[in-house]
Design a protein. Structure first.
Length: 267
């Protein structure tokens, strides 16, 4: 019985132990090789002319592809036939594909974003009701940092199929503000004062030149559209600087900004 038990144990070791050890070694060595390959791909792409978003997307794609290949190799080492494994994978792929149609759509959207490049990392974009700077473009999602420093994660399928406004692409943005002045104000002088204020701001671009134009003859004021241009990263500085500078410049020039008056009638 003892000899039979020992033979049985040895048989189990030969049948199952060796393949398991091989599978473990293949997984450990394969993981190390994948890490080296992904690192080499990163270095090669960093030295090339590839933009950062494409680098991250392709390295993620290479990493996942190699990991799937490694898992298939490990499973086949354990004795699972390749043909049956392929059939199982095909069936599982069909089931998973039907269950994860949204994920596949997001993957396809990520590929389209890499091909057509409507935006890149660092761009200020507005899409799917979210305004923010692009932090990362991953296989399935795009990560945006909003002006409130919140992280917004938007599916790539929606990004690729929806409207995208890229504020950075042209390298210049127009800041729109409106100021109302009293009807008795000299419009020519008011425009000169406001234009001088805009030109004194170092973050306001002179090409295209800033403009000040009468936009509306309102009930109690003449409204002027004050429109400087700036770099996308300077938008909020120029916006708040324009609002504050307008008030200071008009006060200094003695030009009144009208405000609602309340009249009380006593009977």
């Amino acid at each position: 019985m003892e000899n039979l038990s020992m033979e049985t144990i040895i048989g189990y070791i030969e049948t199952y132990g060796v393949p398991v050890l091989k599978a473990i070694l293949i997984y450990i060595i394969g993981s190390w090789i994948i890490k080296k390959i992904v690192g080499a791909v990163k270095k090669v792409m960093a030295k090339g002319t590839y933009d950062l978003s494409l680098q991250k997307f392709l390295t993620n794609l290479v990493s996942w592809g190699l990991k799937i290949f490694l898992i298939i190799t490990v499973i086949s080492t354990l004795g699972v036939e390749t043909t049956s494994l392929a059939a199982v994978i095909a069936a599982a792929g069909l089931a998973v594909g039907l269950a994860l149609q949204g994920s596949l759509s997001n993957f396809a959207g990520g590929v389209l974003l890499m091909i057509f490049k409507p935006y890149k990392i660092g761009d200020l974009v507005e899409a799917q009701g979210v305004l923010g700077s692009v932090k990362e473009i991953e296989i399935f999602t795009t990560k945006l940092i909003t002006p409130q420093n919140k992280l917004a994660i938007v599916p790539n399928g929606a990004m690729a199929n929806g409207n995208i406004i890229n504020y950075t692409a042209e390298g210049k943005m127009r800041v729109d503000t409106v100021v109302g002045v009293d009807y008795g104000s000299d419009i020519k002088k008011t425009k000169e004062v406001l234009l001088e204020m805009l030109k004194s701001n170092p973050k306001v671009l002179q090409d295209p030149a800033p403009s000040v134009n009468v936009e509306e003859l309102a009930d109690s004021s003449v409204n002027l559209a004050v429109r400087p241009f700036c770099k996308p990263e300077d938008y909020w500085d120029v916006y708040f600087g324009t609002v504050e500078g307008t008030k200071e410049a008009l006060d200094k020039a003695g030009i009144e900004i009208p405000y609602p008056h309340e009249v009380q009638i006593n009977k």
